[in-house]
Design a protein. Sequence first.
Length: 95
Amino acid sequence: MANVLDYLDRKGIKRRGSPPQIEACCPFCEDTEYKLSVNAETGLWKCWHANRCGKSGNFWRLQWDLGDEPDGLDGEIKRRPKAYSRPIEDKKAAA
């Protein structure tokens, strides 16, 4: 189970502030102004660079968009995110 802050650190995403609400550099639009807002309790995030990417979502979406398979939620995230809009392949069916 992943923790949002640990995940950002593992990905090398610069962040500042203290939980629950932190600011980070958006990895999608090459932000250097800490325009990515992340709530460490809910896992919700949003890039405030509306003219660049303007992406937002939940913790699972962040992991997915960064090329990782979402590895779940732990007790620090209080709200379960909505399902993905794109299907995840069934590994057993593909074999």
